[in-house]
Design a protein around this ligand. Structure first.
Ligand SMILES: Cc1ncc(COP(=O)(O)O)c(C=O)c1O
Length: 445
């Protein structure tokens, strides 16, 4: 690792270059090397790096009022951003919806878990507390968020510390549909939630949380037809809240403000993070539907929760500036066309014998590597394929996001691509060439 570093690193065995400057889709390190950020770091940097006006907006807010505690004050940038986010959300968030701002995604998940619990207390259902989630999912690294996450590797060391409220089937047709096709598989996965509720947990569950497009854990896996609609029906029927974790898939990444809008779903809460401030400030949020808010307004009127830095004026000013930039540069509209370009550039990779699948939506794209294309058999975990692809692409100065475990928590290799929306055609072609070159290095013929 970098000599003399006093930062507690994520990995003591890894070298970390020092990032000194950003420029659109590029990160420049202290030794002058330029990296093409094909993963937007971790699906964070939606507007691109180095946009000076975001910093100016933050400095301006900071010079006016940098901090006022939310137990005593609200702030103008937080009010403005809340109203703008709700406008982007489905109809059930209009006329009475509210936004709870946090400092990132995991805090948003924690907040949603507690909101769900207290919602039922407010509704006179004190026996409801469990938040059901899915296997092969990720909702954050704090203990509540980790409890609802199904990511095997990330949970493993902390298993004894985690609450167990139940994990039901993920919806991942590429590996698990078996003989079921399309909607039959989608409905079978959704009905696993129904079965879980009917079998034992119908009265104690408070909510169901899921990623509409599964990000890091499954590499941009889409729900099968019928799944989303059926899940919404089951939650309503069982009187549990439905939480869409859009921390990775939201804020325009799939070419709609929120991925659930591709299916017209109306969840009770939407979690956002990452792209909301595009990496310029630590920011997350829980969008809370009007019906859910009403229970608090009519009930105790007090949500027993809070973070010192929630709804931070400077961070929410960054969020507003990012939305202004997205609007001013028509970047929401750009996701559809530029993702088509990137998908077309990646398409030739499909014929490679070890590229099993290229999937995703908008600028959230997963590429999965398999040992055998016919049987979709994954590589043994020990071959470390995803990380080796990352390293080989890095030799071409292209940054990707590798993960192992998409098949069963241990085996299965994919990389995630989630570049800034400002990606251009030349950069798109460069990403495809780097992955082509990585394939040639990792799988020499
Ligand atoms: C879907 C999803 N939920 C939650 C989180 C946690 O967000 P954060 O890392 O900002 O705490 C992530 C982060 O990768 C995520 O992808």
């Amino acid at each position: 690792m970098a000599s003399g570093s006093r930062i507690f690193p994520r990995n003591f065995r890894k070298e970390y270059p020092v990032a000194v400057r950003g420029d659109g889709c590029w990160i420049i390190s202290s030794d002058g090397r330029r990296f093409l950020d094909a993963a937007g770091q971790a699906a964070v940097v939606n507007i691109g790096h180095g946009v000076a006006e975001i910093g100016r907006a933050m400095a301006e807010q900071s010079s006016q009022i940098a901090f006022a505690h939310t137990s005593q004050f609200h702030s103008a940038p937080a009010e403005k951003l809340a109203a703008r986010l709700l406008q982007l959300a489905p109809a059930n968030f209009q006329n009475g919806g509210r936004v709870y701002f946090t400092s990132g995604g995991s805090e948003a998940t924690e907040t949603a878990i507690k909101l769900a619990r207290q919602y039922h207390l407010e509704c006179g259902q004190p026996q409801r507390y469990g938040v059901i989630s899915r296997r092969q999912s990720y909702h954050g690294s704090t203990l509540g968020a980790m409890s609802v996450s199904g990511n095997v590797a990330r949970r493993a060391p902390y298993q004894p510390l985690l609450a167990e409220w139940g994990h039901v089937s993920e919806c991942f047709a590429y590996h698990h549909a078996g003989s079921l096709k399309g909607e039959d598989y989608g409905l079978a996965c959704a009905n696993d939630l129904d079965k879980f509720l009917r079998d034992s947990h119908g009265n104690s569950s408070a909510a169901f949380i899921f990623e509409p497009v599964v990000g890091a854990t499954l590499g941009a896996a889409l729900p099968s037809p019928g799944y989303i609609e059926r899940v919404a029906e089951i939650c309503r029927g069982n009187k549990i809240l439905l939480i869409a974790d859009e921390i990775m898939s939201g804020m325009g990444r799939t070419a709609r403000p929120f991925a659930i809008q591709h299916w017209n779903m109306e969840p009770d809460m939407i979690l956002v993070g990452k792209g909301i401030a595009s990496g310029y400030a630590p920011l997350g949020a829980v969008l809370v539907s009007a019906r859910t808010v009403e229970a608090f307004e009519r009930g105790s009127g007090i949500f027993q929760h809070g973070f010192t830095y929630q709804a931070h004026p400077v961070c929410t000013a960054a969020g507003n500036a990012v939305l202004d930039y997205l609007k001013g540069h028509k970047l929401f509209e750009r996701v559809g066309p530029i993702s088509k370009t990137l998908r077309a550039d990646l398409e030739p990779l499909r014929s490679h014998p070890n590229v099993g699948d290229i999937r995703g939506m908008g600028l959230l794209i997963g590429i999965e590597f398999v040992k055998d294309k016919g049987s979709r058999e994954p590589f043994p975990q020990s071959e470390n394929i995803a990380e080796r692809i990352r390293q080989a692409a890095l030799e071409e100065n292209v940054l990707t996001y590798p993960t192992q475990g998409c098949v069963d928590g241990l085996r299965g290799d994919h990389i995630l691509l989630a570049p800034p929306f400002s990606l251009n055609a030349e950069e798109s072609a460069r990403i495809a060439r780097a992955i082509q070159s990585a394939l040639a290095k990792v799988f020499p013929s």
